[in-house]
Design a protein. Structure first.
Ligand SMILES: *Cc1c(COP(=O)(O)O)cnc(C)c1O
Length: 424
């Protein structure tokens, strides 16, 4: 599959007149089409609900678009719970899938009426202590251990992951929770990240469905939902085949009919907590080439840095780059595309073949709509960029302003040198 920007060079130039680079821009139409396709793929399940993983993109304007399609919020921190509250996601529109959780965050979740998804058996006591009693609806996160492999070679290592309860623990947790008055139970698991294969969700679903049958038989509780969590990926690289959410939905349906229905569990609701799949492809980091350097390698310096998009520096992740206006030019120059951090890993691309880049060219870094802006940081005093929304009518809306030095220095505002820092 070719990777095509959702804005042209002319559009970018017009936007830049008002909002200087760097910025992240999101494609409203793309987000809407995608969430519609997800809903359709799971429409066979009456209780289906997507809880958007807020950490992937905690912008209330984007979450509000997803809210129109009935999406809830998957949160794992106090600030994320506050965002959920702000967009009106309350009660069972909140899934709290946290780990290493501070007690007061359980309390806040319970006050908002959200569903607590327990990462660990020891948290039963914590929740009971801070909330007075256990809520009527609760969920537990399962970690089957070992290694999880898909047939296309994608694998992950649940046995080495900090999340979730062992098989023995989750059975025990459900027993304790039942004794303590919980009425409706959920099972959650996240085994593999960014899977670009239609096979992942159906395989995971089968494991969780079988566990649900076992829990029903052994513990005698009502499993009311199964949460497949996140992990459905996107094709960052050209040539990768995108997931087909309709095929994935059908695969989960087949496992549902095979395992749950014969055991009288046909009314179980399917939940998802997708982040990357919901917004990833519908965001881009737009940045300008401001320096070129010819030493042992050819470098192009841009005005964005890893502080705006950490994935390449952190995981060596591939993000495709289009030089706007040069979409059809031959990619015959080999560049490292760098930011200005004093860190040699601050590179958006290494040895990447691209068309000849001239100073002032606008680079479009693809697929930054999830785990992009939200992973941003302030190293070297770099400021977070603005976020823009390309609306359905092609107008552009500012949905988060760029940080200023004043924001960066705000936590010194109780000291006498603050005025000097922020100058005029
Ligand atoms: C990160 C995360 C998600 C979303 O993952 P994606 O890979 O973005 O789909 C969902 N649930 C939990 C608990 C997570 O930590």
């Amino acid at each position: 599959m070719q990777k095509k920007p959702f804005i042209t060079k002319e559009q970018a130039q017009n936007i830049i007149k008002k909002f200087p680079t760097p910025f992240h821009i999101y494609d409203e139409a793309g987000i809407r089409n995608n969430v519609s396709a997800l809903k359709k793929a799971f429409s066979w399940n009456k209780g289906f609900k997507e809880y958007f993983a807020v950490k992937a993109n905690p912008n209330p304007f984007l979450i509000n678009i997803l809210r129109e399609y009935g999406c809830g919020c998957d949160c794992s921190s106090k600030a994320e719970l506050q965002i959920a509250k702000t967009v009106g996601a309350l009660g069972e529109d909140i899934m709290f899938s946290s780990n290493d959780t501070p007690a007061d965050e359980f309390k806040l979740c319970a006050e908002l009426g959200g569903i607590i998804n327990l990462d660990d058996i020891t948290h039963i006591k914590t929740v009971e202590a801070v909330c007075g009693a256990l809520p009527e609806t609760m969920s537990c996160r399962y970690n089957p251990g070992g290694v999880f492999k898909l047939s296309n070679g994608i694998m992950d290592n649940p046995g080495d992951a900090k999340y979730g309860m062992t098989h023995e623990q989750i059975i025990k947790a459900f027993k304790i929770m039942k004794e303590k008055g919980v009425k409706n139970f959920g099972i959650h698991s996240f085994l593999c990240s960014n899977t670009v294969t239609n096979e992942y969700y159906p395989m995971l679903a089968k494991i969780l469905f079988e566990l649900a049958v076992e829990v029903k038989e052994k513990v005698g509780v009502n499993i009311s939902f199964i949460n497949l969590s996140g992990g459905v990926g996107i094709p960052y690289k050209p040539g990768q085949q995108a997931n087909d959410i309709a095929v994935i939905g059908n695969g989960v349906k087949a496992a549902f009919e095979e395992v749950l229905v014969p055991h009288g569990l046909g009314s179980v609701k399917i939940f998802t907590e997708l982040g990357r799949f919901m917004t990833g492809p519908f965001g881009a980091l737009v940045t300008t080439a401001i320096n070129e350097k010819h030493t042992y390698k050819e470098y192009i310096g841009v005005d964005a840095s890893a502080a705006n998009l950490m994935r390449p520096a952190m995981y060596g992740a591939y993000h495709h780059i289009t030089v706007l206006g040069k979409e059809n030019a031959k990619a015959e120059y080999k560049y490292d595309i760098t930011g200005s951090l004093c860190e040699n890993n601050d590179k958006f691309a290494i040895d990447r073949l691209l068309p000849k880049i001239d100073m002032g060219d606008i680079l479009y870094i693809h697929d930054t709509g999830a785990h992009g802006f939200s992973m941003g940081y302030n190293y070297n005093g770099k400021l977070r960029s603005a976020e823009l929304l390309l609306c359905g009518d092609n107008s552009v809306k500012l949905i988060r302003r760029a940080e200023t030095e004043k924001d960066y220095f705000a936590t010194f505002d109780c000291f006498d040198f603050y005025e000097k820092l922020i100058g005029d």
